[in-house]
Design a protein around this ligand. Structure first.
Ligand code: IMP
Ligand code: MG
Length: 462
């Protein structure tokens, strides 16, 4: 048995698509288990560029089975669009090699409306979502009212469930100034789309377990990154699914003890799209350099990604949360022209002042008083300096962190397209080694460019 989960260890956009596409040559089946079309993968194969959001990256290899698991939220119109895009380029998506789980919840147009309306209303407090309806669709799943793919085969079930959903959403919509859902029109549209995708809808959990019995290799393709995980990410600035490796089991129906390896994809620096804390963010010329050199624009929304130095405690925490067995380090070549390179090894909160006595004893324990000199009255408290070696879960805390850096020399040599580790400049190897030490995990793959062959394979992660 050799089943592998591929996840992002940062805030997504680590380059999972390329690595999954590469490794899928060794897999029989590629499964997506969470997220939806908020994800964006760019695949470069020869002179062809593919941009996928919903279909698993392995789908462009026609001898592989591609699967959308129950942990995904699926926009059926977007799915058809992607299938048509591939069909028109000669890649056939047919029901013997593409499966959708029967218990996958649907993203419907009112989910997108709600996502956008809430973001607009939130103003400065917005999450910075991709506006695809991801959060509201997961809310309906957990609220036990979602319409799921399997329902599409039964018109009466669709009618009954639409009724329940409409009742719920019309109240929300009214509060945000939107009109009621046109239930009949939506029903008709769902019947049309249902006819087109029904042939793909199967008991995925069973098929995957049968494959495991036959010793087939399954690759589980994560979307987003661990710092966007709904539990462990920078909540509330996260996505609405579990993005860590454990979600592969829940989101597909393959038990966790049937999966043996986890590859953590890690960019050689840090990026993030959307709002929320990012301690190593750089807004200076180096930040702009990383953005330009790394072409850091979102695949889905075209937004500029925020860029910064490599954050080691963050990646170390991700390695633990995911049970990462080895790392794939991507975009090392983006650092080629830098004189000096920094690595964040910890965090510090410079100085914090309080005018009220805090309730928390762990806080009040650390206070030094601020005095007014003239009459000696105590007017406040201060924590002089606090240091952290782990990335804190609390966003109110992580928002205030300044990074503690270690600085190393750049290598000033091109690493673009290298295919062997001994071609890697010594100083670049020292940087990689430091990342291994700090994240307590070994690097098994180094990516040196967007193409399949621009890769150094040190150990097979399967
Ligand atoms: P949502 O997933 O659209 O609800 O967006 C929530 C947060 O996750 C926002 O900060 C998005 O920018 C971020 N996000 C969602 N999907 C991705 C992705 O695939 N890559 C990077 N960031 C993402
Ligand atoms: Mg992406």
């Amino acid at each position: 048995m050799s089943n592998l989960i591929v996840i992002g260890t940062q805030w997504g956009d680590e380059g999972k698509g390329k690595i999954v596409d590469l490794l899928s040559s060794k897999a029989d089946t590629i499964v997506r288990f969470q997220g939806g079309h908020n994800a964006g993968h760019t695949l470069v194969v020869g002179d062809q560029v593919f941009k996928l959001s919903l279909l698993p990256s392995g789908v462009i290899r026609e001898d592989k089975i591609a699967v959308i698991g129950n942990g995904v939220v699926l926009d059926p119109w977007k799915l058809l669009e992607e299938i048509e895009q591939l069909n028109s380029r000669g890649i056939k998506i047919c029901s013997d090699r593409f499966l959708i789980s029967e218990n996958t919840p649907l993203i419907l147009p009112f989910h997108k409306d709600l996502d956008l309306l809430r973001e607009q209303k939130a103003g400065k407090e917005k999450i910075g979502t991709t506006g695809r309806g991801i959060g509201p669709a997961y809310e309906d799943k957990v609220g036990r009212r979602a319409l799921r793919t399997g329902d599409l085969k039964d018109p009466n079930q669709v009618k009954r469930k639409l009724n329940i959903i409409k009742e719920h959403h019309d109240i929300l919509r009214a509060g945000l100034g939107a009109t009621d859902i046109d239930e009949e029109q939506l029903f008709d549209e769902l019947m049309i789309v249902g006819k087109k995708i029904n042939t793909f809808i199967k008991p995925v959990w069973k098929i995957l377990n049968e494959q495991i019995k036959k010793n087939k290799n399954i690759l589980f393709e994560g979307a987003q990154g661990s710092m966007l995980d709904v539990d462990f990410g920078t909540y509330p600035f996260v996505t609405s699914s579990s993005t860590i490796a454990a979600a592969a089991a829940i989101g597909s129906g393959v038990a966790h003890n049937k999966i043996n390896s986890v590859l953590g994809i890690t960019k050689a620096y840090t990026t993030r799209v959307g709002e929320g804390p990012m301690p190593t963010e750089l807004t200076d010329s180096i930040g702009r350099y990383l953005s330009e050199e790394g072409n850091e624009k979102g695949t889905v929304t075209g937004r500029d990604r925020r860029c910064g130095w490599f954050d080691a405690p963050l990646v170390r925490r991700s390695c633990l949360l995911n049970g990462v067995t080895s790392l794939a380090l991507t975009k090392i070549d983006v650092l080629d022209k830098l004189e000096k390179i920094k690595i964040c090894v910890g965090y510090r909160i410079e100085k914090e002042e309080y005018t009220d006595f805090p309730v928390s004893t762990s806080l009040s324990n650390k206070l030094s008083p601020i005095y007014e000199e003239i009459d000696g009255w105590n007017v406040g408290y201060r924590i002089e300096k606090e240091e952290y070696t782990d990335f804190p879960v609390s966003t109110s805390l992580s928002n205030k962190l300044s990074p503690i850096y270690e600085e190393i020399d750049g290598w000033n040599t091109s690493t673009v397209g290298l295919e062997k580790i001994d071609q890697m400049p010594i100083k670049a190897r020292a940087y990689i080694q430091r990342i291994e030490e700090l994240s307590e995990t070994e690097v098994s793959i180094i990516s040196t460019g967007p193409e399949r062959n621009q890769t150094i394979l040190i150990n097979d992660p399967f």
